[in-house]
Each structure stands twice: as C-alpha cells, then as structure tokens.
Design a protein around this ligand. Structure first.
Ligand code: PLP
Length: 427
C-alpha cells in the first residue's frame, strides 16, 4: 500500500479485500479469539507467532486502521490508543521511567502539558519546557545526562506556533535521543514529520483524522529510524530482555522498525489497557477515507476566516500560520507548503468579557471543547481547557485571557463569515 500516493492510502491504506471479502474492513466486535489447542495459543503469548487472542492487546479492526495511519505517515509500525492523551503518555512512558528527563516545547496542548508537568512528574519523570522559537544554544542547554526524549507539536494547540522540526530533531539526535512529534493539527496531508527528522509521531485521531467528532482516539507511529541499540544504557527496555514478557529483547526480535510499537503494545497496552473499541476504530477508518479532501477545505476556509478577522475592528490580534504576516508564516511554508490547519486563534476586543460575548452571539458555530471536525466551533481556552494553568504557565503556552480558538469547519465559507460578522457586531 505504501507505494501509493497519500490520497490513495487515505482510501485504501491498511486493507485490501480478498476475493469475496467485504470491501469495508469489518468491525470485529469480539473480545477473544478461539484456538484449537493451548499450544497454538501459547505461541502467540510467546510472540513467536502473529495472531489475535485478546482485544486489549490486538484486534483486527484496530490493526487495519493503525496500518492505514502508518502508511499515511510513512512509518514502519503503528498502534491505536483510546485517546490522544493515551498516545502521548504511551509514546513517552515507553522509553522513560522514574529518574528520567524529557525536553519539551512549551507550546503544546494544555492536556499534554498537564500530563507531563503534573502527572508524569508525579511518576518521577522531569520535564524541561523550552520556547518553540528558542535558539539552538538554549535548546542544547535544556538537556541533561538522563534526558530520554524531546517532544513538540507540529502546530501547537491553541497557540498555533509551528515547530521547527529540523532544529528539534538535530538537538535530539546530537544528544542521542528521539524526537517525538504530535502531528494532530496538520495531519500527514499537510506535514509528514518523519521527512524532517522526527522519530515517533503521535496523534489525537479525535480531530481531523476522525473528522466528524464521532470517536475519541489516538495513534502512535514509529519511523523505525531511531537506533535504540546505539544507546543500550539509555533504552534497556528495548535492548535487553523483558522479563515481564518471556525474556524477549524487542530490538532483536522485531528490529528497529517494530521494536518500539511491539513493546508499547506488549507492555503498556497489556498493563494500562487504553485500547479503542473496534467500533471507534471503524469510524476512524471511515473518517480517514476523506482526510485528503477535508483537510484542504478546512485550510481554505480557515484562511478566508483569518483574513476576515484580521480586518475586523473588534479583533485585537490574530494568529494563523497561513497569514503572510504571522510570525510562523515562513516556517509553516517550509514544513507545510500545502496549508497548515483549520484552526485560527484571535483576541476579541474587551478581553475575557468581549470573548464571551462574541461566543454567545454565534449561531452557526457552536461552543465546544473540540477542534478539527467538519462543523465550525469555538472555545475560550483560559476558562476551559487551560483553566488549570496559572497566568505564567498560560503565557508560556501562548494562551492569553482573551484568546478565542476558532475551528473552521467545511461548511460554506459565506455562511461562516456572516456568522462571525453578526457575533462580532454584538461585542
Ligand atoms: N494533542 C493535541 C494537539 C490535541 O489537540 C489534543 C486534544 O485536544 C490531544 C493531543 C489529546 O487528545 P484526546 O483529546 O484525543 O485525548
């Protein structure tokens, strides 16, 4: 499949129906799989044979959708998780444990920031947050001898800063650690981080990939390029026998292409169990079939909405990396020449009160804790998703009290603009 272009992989990736088989991969709604002998099933437990035995570890529907996402990102292996949060956690915890350290861009989704700075810190993992536009020297200075990974978001939610993937990858590799990139906002339609040096990609598939706000989900994709065996002291979990899984050494048994995802499945999915329901994976698979059509339309509409907002006297500032005077315009053109995303952040005059009045005046766009689905929606992060942050943390994440995040859908752009105009008139 991966020989095909991205558009074809959106439609066909991950599954080819055999003679007389369903063209849509079926929803395998079964917790368990039957075997004739204990020995036959035992070979699966020993990872000696491939096959299904329990859906918490693997399920055919989930695997086919993971394979589609793997093809879209150009990776070697992928897995689905029940949410984007689980994907971020698994990707990190697969190679970090108590006593380790991670360098992360501070311009990331609030939930990821909380996962890292609060919850994983309680697990004994330390994070140093750096500005996305830090100098290479500042980035270099953030590393410690126990640093195990670098993390960033291709386009940060909701700050909309664009990650300089090459800069972060160079620093990560100079220190012998992988770069993990959350590619939720651009999706592989607009950016494929592996082509710029990223090693692992994560997704909240809840967003554009699903595209219809139907199912929460996540994905992790491995590029297979990071050579864990070069740093056996740093990554013993991948390069030495796993006593909790029949003494398997993941890099030996599954190679660089398969080690990371197999370990995350065999250990983390086994122990934490954040699998998506096969029904949700099926819905995600359906959404992915039109990803290449929807994402350009989101970007086209968002650019028009951003141009409109920029000229409104009710708007105090605007961030959209597709606007030529946006601070990230040039870097976005480098990494995402076809377009960025459908999300626009802006400040409504009158601060917090102005933002709330504007949102209450919207008719077509709904107020929703969501972005990146077919229907236009808005959110005021300071009073919702980012409310756990203090002012300094908000500022570091690029979120101001008046910030409204507008997720531009795929409706008629005239209707979207008229809705924005009448709601701004109420401010
Ligand atoms: N990463 C990004 C960029 C997000 O925007 C989100 C959610 O908004 C997440 C991760 C977390 O994903 P989920 O809500 O699917 O757990």
């Amino acid at each position: 499949m991966s020989d095909y272009q991205l558009d074809t992989n959106c439609v066909h990736g991950g599954y080819t129906a055999g003679n007389g088989e369903p063209r849509n991969f079926p929803i395998v709604q079964s917790t368990t799989f039957r075997y004739a002998t204990g020995a036959a099933m035992g070979a699966l437990f020993d990872l000696e044979k491939e096959g299904y035995f329990y859906t918490r570890l693997q399920n055919p529907t989930n695997d086919h959708v993971a394979a589609k996402i793997c093809a879209l990102e150009g990776g070697t292996a992928a897995m689905l998780t029940s949410s984007g949060q689980a994907a971020s956690f698994y990707a990190m915890f697969n190679i970090c444990s108590a006593g380790d350290h991670v360098v992360s861009s501070s311009s990331i989704y609030g939930g990821t920031y909380n996962l890292f700075a609060v919850t994983m810190k309680r697990m004994g993992i330390d994070f140093t947050f750096v500005e996305a536009d830090c100098t290479p020297e500042e980035l270099d200075a953030a590393f410690r001898p126990n640093t195990k990974a670098v993390f960033g978001e291709t386009i940060a939610n909701p700050a909309l800063t664009v990650l300089d993937i090459e800069k972060f990858a160079a620093a990560a590799h100079a220190h012998g650690v992988p770069l993990i990139v959350d590619n939720t906002f651009p999706t592989p339609v607009n950016c494929r981080p592996f082509e710029w040096g990223a090693d692992i990609v994560t997704h909240s598939t809840t967003k554009y990939m699903d595209g219809h706000a139907a199912a929460v989900g996540g994905a992790i994709v491995d590029s297979g390029k990071f050579d864990w065996t070069q740093y056996p002291d740093k990554y013993p979990g991948l390069t030495t026998p796993d006593e909790s899984y029949h003494g398997v050494t993941y890099t030996e048994r599954f190679g660089l292409g398969g080690a990371f995802i197999t370990k995350a499945t065999a250990q983390l999915m086994r122990d934490f169990g954040s699998i998506p329901a096969p029904m949700n994976a099926f819905l995600l698979g359906l959404g992915l079939e039109t990803l290449h059509l929807r994402v350009p339309r989101h970007c086209e509409n968002a650019l028009k909405a951003a141009q409109f907002l920029k000229h409104s006297d009710k708007v105090s500032w605007i961030r959209y990396p597709g606007l030529p005077d946006d601070p990230c315009y040039e870097i976005a053109r480098k990494y995402m020449p076809k377009g960025t995303c459908g999300v626009v952040s802006f400040g409504v005059k009158g601060g917090r009160a102005g933002a709330e009045k504007f949102m209450a005046g919207l008719k077509l766009a709904s107020i929703a804790t969501h972005v990146a689905d077919a229907k236009t929606c808005v959110l005021h992060p300071a009073s919702t998703t980012h409310r756990q942050m203090n002012d300094a943390e908000l500022a570091a994440a690029g979120v101001s009290p008046d910030l409204v995040r507008l997720s531009v859908g795929i409706e008629d752009i005239g209707d979207i603009l008229r809705d924005l105009e009448q709601a701004l008139a109420t401010v």
